[in-house]
Design a protein around this ligand. Structure first.
Ligand SMILES: Cc1cc2nc3c(=O)[nH]c(=O)nc-3n(C[C@H](O)[C@H](O)[C@H](O)COP(=O)(O)OP(=O)(O)OC[C@H]3O[C@@H](n4cnc5c(N)ncnc54)[C@H](O)[C@@H]3O)c2cc1C
Length: 383
């Protein structure tokens, strides 16, 4: 008899939300994280409205700004702005968000063990054995939610075929910037970083400045960040807590579940190819995973194989559009800039950020669209 129904490895947004949902459904859940909480994670901390739809937990206590205005730039030249009729992005800091989600999971009954690093996972028979620095645990199901530097995807033979982006970010205090100008506003600056973009996201105590692009752009990201800051008269010494991290991009042909194990969030490589967002995908995949695991625990299914087509159905159309947009922005930035300025596009962008039209709808054919869009992009990428 396993000690737990479910062992969740990793307590980021994906892990905490999956653990929370399963514990609320009555499962005995252990959640392990190698970091001691509260811990930080390099991230812009922007949660889109489409991400919020899939969050089972109220995050109002850790939201520091709500965005209605987007300032958009193409190249280093002039900017223009667009305003939505409702908040579309919610700004938080990962140290606060992740601690809050983990606390809510604990309140739902999850046995959370932080400061515990998972070393190996053995899936055999009716469940899995997870070996950690602090001993072994057994569970009927194992969920890998340990991000792009974790061990679970490899140990479980899931994921694979990943390509990587990389992002680099730091914080600038309101003593250097005009808080009144940035409140409720974000900046996205395209066509300056190959395979990515620059951003400014306002928070309570500071603004987050960041740049992301293909992994091959890594050695130049420091320079890209300095240039972005320079365009807003921010001197290099005013940028604090600077750090970088990888962005994993999944091949939709790779399995994300087998037997009694599955992977979610960054562990499954679900970062959006164009925006670099991963929290919507973390929340959505944790929701789908919790449903699939619940079905297994309650005897409606005999394994978790159904999760892979479910995830593809929910995300592939979204990802196909992202690959297409990325191709347009990287390959024909001037044309993309003209398209982005057109008034008809903005309502469509808002609908996309709101997540209208893809609330986890299952359409099994759509992985093909993602593969096609990804293949079209392939010759132009710089990774
Ligand atoms: C610079 C940057 C900016 C970004 N900005 C945004 C943004 O504004 N909006 C957005 O939506 N997304 C953004 N993303 C993407 C987003 O940060 C990720 O997609 C998101 O963190 C994925 O959540 P997760 O729960 O899957 O993984 P993570 O948040 O990476 O959590 C994984 C957890 O697993 C733990 N772990 C790892 N290995 C082990 C182990 N062996 N044993 C136990 N525990 C382990 C880690 O300590 C960690 O707590 C950004 C990414 C970067 C790099």
């Amino acid at each position: 008899m396993p000690q737990f129904d479910v062992i969740v490895i990793g307590a980021g947004p994906a892990g905490s939300c999956a653990a929370y949902r399963l514990a609320r459904g009555g499962a005995r859940v252990a959640m392990l994280d190698r970091a001691v909480f509260p811990r930080d994670k390099p991230c812009g901390g922007g949660i889109t409205l489409r991400g919020l739809h899939h969050l089972p937990i109220d995050v109002t206590p850790v939201v520091e700004d709500v965005i209605v205005t987007a300032e958009l730039g193409f190249g280093q030249g002039e900017r223009f702005e667009r305003t939505a009729d409702q908040p579309v992005v919610f700004m938080t800091q990962r140290r606060r968000l992740d601690a809050h989600l983990a606390e809510q999971a604990v309140a739902a009954g999850v046995d959370f063990r932080d400061g515990v690093r998972v070393r190996t996972i053995d899936m055999a028979g009716a469940g899995g054995t997870v070996r950690t620095d602090a001993g072994s645990l057994t569970g009927a199901v194992v969920i890998g939610a340990d991000g792009c530097n974790g061990v679970s995807a490899k140990a479980l033979g899931l994921g694979g075929g990943l390509t990587y982006g990389v992002a680099y970010e730091g914080n600038v205090g309101w003593d250097v910037l005009d808080h009144d100008y940035w409140r409720g506003r974000l900046l996205l600056e395209f066509a300056t970083v190959p395979g990515g973009y620059g951003w400014v996201f306002p928070k309570g105590e500071h603004a987050n400045f960041g740049v992301g692009g293909w992994a091959g752009e890594g050695p130049r990201l420091r320079q890209h960040l300095a240039e972005l800051c320079g365009r807003y008269d921010v001197p290099p010494e005013a940028v604090t807590a600077v750090r970088g991290y990888r962005l994993p991009l999944r091949d939709p042909r790779s399995p994300v579940a087998a037997g009694r194990a599955l992977v979610i969030g960054d562990a499954a490589g679900l970062v959006d190819p164009m925006s670099g967002d991963g929290m919507f995908e973390a929340f959505l995949s944790s929701r789908l995973a919790a449903g699939a695991v619940g079905d297994l625990l309650e005897g409606r299914t005999t394994d978790l194989a159904g999760y892979t087509p479910l995830l593809n159905g929910a995300l592939s159309r979204h990802r196909a559009i992202s690959w297409g947009g990325k191709l347009l922005f990287d390959r024909w930035p001037k044309f993309a800039g003209r398209v982005a300025r057109s008034r008809w596009l903005w309502p469509k962008v808002v609908r996309r950020i709101r997540g209208d039209g893809y609330q986890g709808v299952h359409s099994p054919g759509s992985a093909r669209a993602e593969l096609l869009a990804r293949a079209l992009y392939r010759p132009h990428r710089g990774d």
